[in-house]
Design a protein around this ligand. Structure first.
Ligand code: HEM
Length: 482
């Protein structure tokens, strides 16, 4: 018995030593980029997440870039040895080598939850799925939904903003943009099914970026259960829609679901039900918090920068007057083109507070970059902060100044809120449409100021004001400068 106990103890110690060894030690790989893998198992993840939550994420990168010099360093975060690229040249390198040197990738928790969707695909398979999604997400298709988006948002503003003296911008923006997504993706109106879906959606979001431990009580388990409930609801909606399409009571162009059921890719393949469910869930996830964060931070930035606010107000009121004079009513695609300054204010918000701070690629072969070797299987991450808040590319980088997007705008590979290359965000036009229509409806109805100008912004994982941005509302009493 004693011998067995000793053998177990020795085995345990050997196992610990095995875990504590540095499998990527610089001595066996002299050309690795400079940097440290931190603690065994967790690497530098804890420092990274703590700084991110304190809205000091840049320190993680800047300290290491300063310490090691150059524009690349190695670390070990979120379970993988990772080479962090920190320059426009690095961004260009990653975006230009998709499918030859790298593949897009996400943390394994995210891939597991969306296993049949675009983000779990690479190469030609990913191309085909993107093509199917872009049938719906391209401007020509989105134009046909403008009126619907405008009326949902204008109805929301009338119900929840008009006549109020104080509201919480973050929660109301969430409610509004979720209603837009449910309508455009599923023709699902407000009601018990939409609320039910929302509850499961919140569960899904809660554990998405966690260690994928599927055990009772973990956030990841909560996410997984949420995702299964969502799939169940979507399956019911898909079956009903198939019947309605066959009977002619639904249209092949009425929403994302109809597009996915009725279209095939370049090889003549459509999506299976499992793929449809996971891709719709992906779009709900990828498009929701990103757009909500952007409009919330835009409202904050405009409240803090009254000159910029006046210019947005003037532009939007001009469009409102034109609409009233022409009696066309709802916004059209052309109206978005006239929102030039407003879009610059959105871009400036995306520069300072990008909802997604960067993303990951995976080395599919050993890679040489700038004299260093990045072994096959490593993650490569690019970071928007490296350029978005860098005085080398954006003068006075902390200043909110939409006019920096005048003319040719920023240098290539320095402003990348939607990523780049073949895996760039396919929802960028959708986001632009929804954000501009939202801000048009708010600006033409109310003026606002911040309840607390010192409210902090936290990154968890997206930038949001810690108290949800309470704002005071005032109905228009001013005259607009012409
Ligand atoms: C302000 C809003 C948004 C921002 C800032 C944003 C940003 C991003 C970024 C940075 C990526 C990673 C790109 C890369 O790795 O190069 C991405 C991917 C993605 N986004 Fe967005 N996004 C937004 C809105 C949306 C919307 C509205 C949708 C859909 C309706 C969407 C769908 C997706 C999808 C499906 C991917 C994965 C693409 C792929 O793997 O090929 N996003 N987004």
């Amino acid at each position: 018995m004693d011998i067995i106990a000793v053998a177990i103890a020795i085995g345990f110690v050997l196992f610990l030593l095995f875990l504590l060894r540095d499998p990527f030690s610089t001595s066996s790989n002299p050309n690795l980029p400079p940097g440290s893998f931190g603690w065994p198992l967790v690497g530098e993840t804890l420092q990274f997440l703590a700084l991110l939550r304190a809205n000091r994420g840049q320190e993680f990168y800047e300290q290491r870039i300063k310490l090691y010099g150059g524009d690349i360093f190695k670390t070990h975060i979120l379970g993988s040895p990772t080479a962090v690229f920190y320059s426009p040249q690095g961004n260009r390198f990653l975006f230009s080598n998709e499918n030859t040197l790298v593949h897009s990738t996400w943390p394994s928790s995210v891939i597991n939850l969306f296993r049949n969707s675009l983000i779990s695909k690479v190469g030609d398979e990913a191309k085909d799925v993107r093509k199917l999604l872009l049938n719906f997400l391209k401007p020509e298709a989105l134009q046909t939904f403008m009126g619907r988006v405008d009326s949902i948002i204008s109805d929301h503003v009338k119900r929840f903003w008009h006549g109020e003296t104080q509201i919480e911008a973050l929660s109301l923006s969430k409610r509004c943009l979720y209603a837009v997504a449910c309508s455009l993706f599923l023709t699902m109106d407000e009601g018990p099914q939409q609320s039910d879906l929302y509850g499961h959606f919140i569960d899904l979001l809660s554990g998405m970026f966690q260690i994928p431990l599927d055990l009772p009580g973990t956030l990841y388990r909560k996410s997984r259960i949420g995702s299964n409930h969502i799939r169940g609801i979507l399956q019911t909606v898909i079956e009903k829609r198939r019947e309605d399409l066959e009977s002619g009571s639904a249209s092949p162009h009425q929403d994302l679901l109809s597009f996915l059921l009725c279209n095939v890719d370049g090889r003549g393949n459509g999506m299976s039900d499992d793929e449809i469910k996971d891709n719709i869930m992906l779009l709900l996830m990828a498009g929701h918090d990103t757009s909500v964060t952007t409009v919330t931070m835009l409202l904050r930035n405009l409240a803090l920068n009254r000159d910029c606010y006046q210019r947005v107000l003037q532009e939007q009121m001009e469009i409102k007057r034109e609409k009233e004079a022409s009696q066309v009513g709802l916004l059209q695609w052309d109206d978005l083109m006239k929102m030039k300054y407003t879009w610059r204010a959105v871009q400036e918000t995306l520069r300072l507070y990008p909802p997604v701070g960067g993303s990951w690629r995976k080395a599919i072969v050993d890679i040489s970059y700038d004299g260093y070797t990045i072994p096959k299987g490593w993650k490569l991450s690019w970071v928007m902060r490296s350029t978005h808040r860098n005085a080398e590319y954006f003068e006075d980088p902390e200043k909110f100044d939409p006019s920096r997007f005048d003319g040719n705008g920023p240098a290539p590979y320095t402003f990348l809120p939607f990523g780049g290359g073949p895996r760039m965000c396919p929802g960028n036009e959708f986001a632009r449409m929804v954000i501009l229509i939202f801000i048009h409806n708010i600006v033409k109805t109310v003026e606002w100021d911040l309840v607390n100008v010192n409210e902090k912004v936290t990154i968890n994982p997206m930038p949001i004001p810690v108290d949800g941005l309470p704002i005071n509302l005032h109905h228009h009493v001013h005259t607009v400068d012409n």
